[in-house]
Ligand binder design. Structure first.
Ligand code: SF4
Ligand code: SF4
Length: 499
């Protein structure tokens, strides 16, 4: 076993609620009659207690993004843990989000000390901008593809594992050695599975959440090691595909689940595992950090669709710079592409064209862009993406791009028609922090920080794919970047100390 101080990650578990019900979940999701949601005061204590820890402080669940105060929590966390480093953020469009994560934000050795563990549910999308701005490390897994989860709900005594052998196995437990210590509303724990058991089975709680709790060493764990006696993670045990949603439990555990009136047990999603039929030679002791998944690129399946733009309000912005015939051609072409929800203009002729096309008209005459933007939001019931087309109809490939890539709702994407012309498209999301207080439709990019104003290339969506070569290059560059960052921070620290 190791001291939490020597771990790469320590988790703050803000909820053990999760919409999914994976087999053999390490948080025992589905067995809680009342899942917990950490309160803000406890979260502050947890964050403050981690001052001085050199690794990643993770935000985890259950599914952490469904916590109703997720945004408030993350803002506090961002002020007190690690530092902003936008190099891992998803700002560029990406046709393969999981590859973006694997190439940019999936290396526990190089990070800004902030990490998020998530199954990428719709609330992840709601917080997409904040998540990208904050977390240098993201462990994503939507469990669409098979992942094999080992059962932890069995006791070594039921399997007849003798004391001397057990102590060696326990002390080599892959979870405690390769994963994390953790904090729940019930205190701090030497191991995340012990913490989850305590929360599920009504345990006595952990250590007080106070500065430096994580400096304890294995010699200080004695008062919590009783949880290992309930756990089979350190033993060679059977695994099951997470998507089957069935837990394998021993008779002792089944009794415990009856005592807590487990909803998952009542639903019949529990398979009683027979210790008499157990043959340890059929299984292996785990000794790697991600034994559940062979192909890391299969971490996201169905969830990928929820991240791509689905609700787009398309607006033709016609100025006096184009003649009537061209304006008519633009509207025809947008209508044919089913990309025409509004026409905005201050020209009478354009109003007539909009009426002829049967499309609502937003009159810009004598009004500023803020007023027109507010009207567009209200009449268009715009809650997500807006495609603003100034004096142009975009090429088919651009429209294809908008549907096949993940875009960050906090960014604005621009594509000019060329030749220094102001014609072109702007693609933005009404949820952007930059538009929190409204926006000026005719100067919509003005409120965005420069890093979030992204040039959209013309051409094939494939240019936003990460093939193996590009992945390798990005990873290599990332390593160089983090190495420079580390040296810079060390030198900065030495300079600050007057050395
Ligand atoms: S997504 Fe994660 S937390 Fe949710 S049930 Fe599955 S394994 Fe458990
Ligand atoms: S045996 Fe279970 S409780 Fe003990 S360290 Fe391993 S995972 Fe944690």
């Amino acid at each position: 076993m190791k001291s939490p101080a020597d771990m790469k990650v320590i988790q703050i578990e803000i909820t053990n609620a999760c919409p999914k019900r994976c087999s053999n979940c390490t948080r025992f999701c589905g067995h809680h009659k009342e899942p917990f949601f950490m309160d803000f005061e406890t979260f502050q204590q947890a964050v403050d207690s981690m001052r001085g820890f050199k690794g990643i402080v993770g935000i985890m669940g259950g599914e952490p993004t469904i916590h109703p105060q997720f945004e408030k929590f993350v803002r506090y966390y961002r002020e007190h843990i690690g530092y902003d480093d936008f190099s891992t953020a998803c700002y560029e469009p990406t046709a393969d989000f999981v590859k973006h994560i694997l190439a940019n934000a999936y290396n526990v050795d190089y990070s800004n000390q902030r990490g998020l563990w998530t199954s990428v549910n719709p609330r992840y999308y709601d917080h997409f901008e904040l998540i990208q701005d904050t977390f240098g490390y993201q462990l994503v897994n939507d469990h669409t593809h098979p992942s094999m989860h080992e059962t932890m709900m069995c006791t070594r005594k039921e399997l007849g594992v003798a004391d001397d052998e057990w102590v060696k196995l326990r002390d080599n437990c892959w979870v405690q050695n390769l994963w994390s210590a953790s904090i729940t509303p019930k205190g701090a724990f030497y191991c995340e599975i012990a913490a989850a058991m305590d929360a599920t089975l009504g345990g006595p709680g952990g250590w007080k959440i106070e500065p430096g709790w994580w400096k304890r060493t294995p010699a200080d764990f004695a008062d919590q090691l009783h949880w290992c006696e309930m756990c089979s993670a350190a033993l060679p045990m059977p695994k099951r595909n997470a998507n089957e949603e069935v837990d394998d439990v021993s008779p002792v555990w089944r009794e415990k689940l009856i005592q807590i009136d487990s909803p998952k047990l009542r639903k019949g999603l529990v398979n009683e595992f027979s210790p008499a039929a157990y043959n340890r030679n059929e299984h292996e002791v785990i000794c790697e950090a991600t034994p559940y998944l062979e192909d890391q690129e299969r971490r996201i399946g169905a969830a990928g669709k929820t991240l791509k733009p689905r609700r787009i309000v398309s607006v033709a912005w016609l100025t006096g710079a184009i003649p009537g015939e061209e304006a008519a051609r633009i509207l025809d072409s947008l209508k044919a592409a089913k990309r025409l929800d509004f026409v905005v203009s201050s020209e009478v002729a354009h109003r007539e064209l909009a009426e002829a096309a049967g499309v609502p008209f937003l009159d810009a005459t004598g009004r500023n862009g803020g007023e027109v933007y507010a009207e567009l939001r209200e009449r268009g019931k715009a809650k997500d993406w807006i495609l603003l087309l100034r004096d142009c109809a975009p090429p088919e490939k651009t429209l294809e791009l908008l549907q096949s890539c993940v875009f960050n709702p906090g960014c604005i994407y621009r594509q000019r028609s060329g030749g220094g012309s102001p014609r072109g498209i702007q693609f933005f999301n009404v949820r952007a922090h930059a538009l929190e207080k409204g926006g000026d439709l005719f100067h919509i990019a003005d409120g965005y920080p420069a890093r979030k104003v992204v040039k959209l290339a013309a051409g094939e969506p494939s240019q936003y794919r990460l093939n193996a070569g590009r992945m390798f290059y990005r990873r290599a560059m990332k390593r160089v970047y983090w190495a420079q960052k580390r040296i810079g921070r060390k030198l900065g620290g030495a300079a600050a100390a007057g050395l």
